[in-house]
Design a protein around this ligand. Structure first.
Ligand SMILES: *[C@@H]1O[C@H](CO)[C@@H](O)[C@H](O)[C@H]1NC(C)=O
Ligand SMILES: *[C@@H]1O[C@H](CO)[C@@H](O)[C@H](O)[C@H]1NC(C)=O
Ligand SMILES: *[C@@H]1O[C@H](CO)[C@@H](O)[C@H](O)[C@H]1NC(C)=O
Ligand SMILES: *[C@@H]1O[C@H](CO)[C@@H](O)[C@H](O)[C@H]1NC(C)=O
Length: 528
């Protein structure tokens, strides 16, 4: 999880365009050839400022418009319909810009030759043509809304980075936005510059500049090729030195820009949540406060003060318990009255950490809390229900976090546990069988059939990722755990138990359990 996954993320984003609408990719209709009489015309028609292209007029459109964005659509494609109003809006926004730039569309199913020529595999598919060149158009990778389309196109038209020559120009450029990025390169013909400009073309939400002027290197205290992110908040500036031997690494720089364009402390709400999870920083430190209370707001200073050394490693997030954040509290099993307090979570493992409540929240205690977690000194906090008074009164024993260790790893017992979620259908389907199994073995002194609600009880020994999960803990001192992956019927279960935790032959491959909706990590990711 670092550079490669950032790259993967971008690849997936790019691919999503091609994949959408593929469900109907085979249903292409034949063009009604005989509909037109006489020689095909290359006349250019427009609908809502969008050129309607065919194989007969594409060449002319390319001749007349230096920059052409072409959408391949199909009349039946739902994603195309969703895009249509945004596309039309983008066309009208661009109308005043320049006649060199034009949006166009091609009815894919009716224009099979074009679909084939440009390798369109799904709808909608958008391709950008430059300088009237019909070969190798660029795949559109920008956002699918009007302003995003316009921004993406302007990046490709203009220079994607502004050339800066003088100190005054540079100062003005830096002042023009909350965040600007300037590439300082000694030699603008260098390959690194091309890499830099390629990023500038794609990262349309940020503004890029470029310079090779020695006086600007000096003014900003640089002696080597460096990409500098200037911001009007937090540290004010972050430097990305270009590796002299390996050159500029695109995924590295992309990740650097994501991390350093975020504020050190982000307030959590519905607008920022996408950014918080999009940052791909796995550790989150959450400060829960009631923003209407002065005494709580004062803690923001400490939180902000503790954040800088953890940039890129731990994302600092503020959650207002007086805001619309009940789902976050719920996810952490908390109450608004618990504020002010901290929680730390690794969003990949979903391990959560709770600070010592005795300790006051200060910049120093926040720093120590993070350091101790990152160095493995603090154990994750595990949720558990209370042990029910009658947990061992029925054939199926009820386990919770608090009695799990003691029961499952009892050296004198063979323990077979069903880990379930109350809402999971496969769990409900096998509930009766599990009861029957417990009934059948209730007089076996050394066999325990048990269940544990994994949505309310977390375990130190392992995380449960699918429901139901069945595990067998044979008697003995070595804490062995055997995952049961065979058929979920009484006969196979019995054979397994009678055989001491093995089946003569694996009977049937496990039905794969979906990751989504397994435990609450997803819920946290989607909502928080
Ligand atoms: C385009 O220019 C015209 C005339 O200058 C103006 O009235 C119109 O609002 C502009 N449209 C857009 C979308 O900027
Ligand atoms: C068109 O673009 C391709 C690929 O970028 C390039 O190889 C070719 O030389 C270009 N043709 C013209 C006429 O510019
Ligand atoms: C936040 O504090 C205000 C002022 O004391 C209080 O009225 C409110 O109930 C608190 N909100 C929550 C969710 O505790
Ligand atoms: C939340 O706090 C209130 C007041 O302290 C308490 O009555 C309630 O039981 C708490 N709820 C939970 C879920 O802990």
């Amino acid at each position: 999880m670092r550079l490669d996954s950032i790259l993967l993320f971008f690849l997936l984003t790019v691919r999503a365009w091609a994949l959408d609408g593929e469900e109907g990719g085979e249903k292409e209709a034949k063009a009604p050839e005989e509909a037109t009489a006489g020689p095909p015309s290359d006349e250019l028609l427009e609908e809502d400022d969008i050129l309607v292209l065919t194989q007969h007029n594409l060449d002319r459109a390319l001749r007349e418009h230096r920059y052409l964005l072409v959408e391949f659509y199909a009349p039946w494609c739902g994603h195309c319909k969703a895009l249509a109003p945004e596309y039309a809006k983008a066309a009208s926004l661009l109308k005043n810009e320049s006649s060199e730039l034009k949006l166009a569309k091609v009815d894919g199913p009716a224009e099979k030759e074009l679909v084939e020529e440009f390798g369109v595999t799904g709808y909608p598919s958008l391709k950008f043509f430059r300088d009237g060149n019909r070969s190798q158009p660029v795949e559109f990778t920008g956002p699918r809304e009007a302003e995003g389309i316009v921004r993406w196109l302007k990046r490709r038209l203009g220079p994607s980075a502004t050339h800066l020559e003088t100190e005054a120009e540079a100062a003005q450029f830096i002042d023009s936005q909350d965040i600007v990025i300037i590439g300082f390169f000694k030699d603008l013909q260098d390959e690194d510059v091309a890499e830099f400009l390629a990023i500038a073309e794609d990262v349309v939400d940020l503004t890029f500049g470029l310079t090779d002027r020695p006086e600007l290197f000096q003014k900003y205290g640089l002696s080597k090729d460096t990409v500098v992110l200037f911001k009007k908040f937090d540290e004010g500036r972050a430097d990305f030195p270009v590796d002299e031997e390996l050159g500029l690494d695109q995924p590295d720089l992309t990740r650097f820009l994501v991390i350093h364009s975020m504020h050190l402390v982000t307030e959590f709400n519905s607008q920022t949540s996408a950014k918080i999870f999009g940052a791909r920083i796995l550790n989150h430190l959450l400060l829960f406060i009631n923003q209407t209370l002065n005494s709580h707001r004062e803690l923001l200073k400490d939180f902000q003060e503790a954040a800088p050394p953890f940039r890129g490693e731990v994302l600092f997030v503020v959650v207002d318990v007086a805001g619309e954040n009940d789902h976050v509290l719920q996810y952490f099993g908390m109450n608004a009255t618990d504020a002010p307090t901290l929680r730390f979570i690794n969003v990949e493992t979903t391990k959560k950490y709770v600070p010592n409540t005795e300790e006051e929240i200060t910049a120093a205690s926040i720093t120590t809390f993070c350091q101790d977690i990152l160095s493995g000194k603090v154990k994750p906090h595990l949720r558990s229900q209370e042990i029910p008074a009658d947990w061992d009164q029925k054939p199926v024993k009820v386990l919770v976090g608090k009695n799990f260790e003691q029961v499952a790893f009892d050296e004198t017992k063979n323990v077979f546990v069903k880990f379930y979620a109350p809402w999971c259908t496969h769990c409900k389907e096998m509930a009766q069988t599990w009861e029957d199994l417990a009934e059948k073995y209730k007089d076996h002194e050394d066999i325990i059939i048990a269940e544990l609600d994994s949505t309310a009880n977390e375990l130190e020994a392992f995380a449960i990722r699918g429901f139901p999960t069945l595990k067998y803990f044979p008697a003995g001192p070595d804490r062995k755990v055997i995952e049961y992956k065979s058929a979920r019927d009484l006969e196979t279960f019995s054979k397994f138990l009678d055989n001491g935790g093995v089946l003569p032959e694996p009977e049937q491959p496990e039905v794969p359990l979906p990751e989504a909706g397994t435990n609450d990590s997803k819920a946290h990711k989607d909502e928080l």
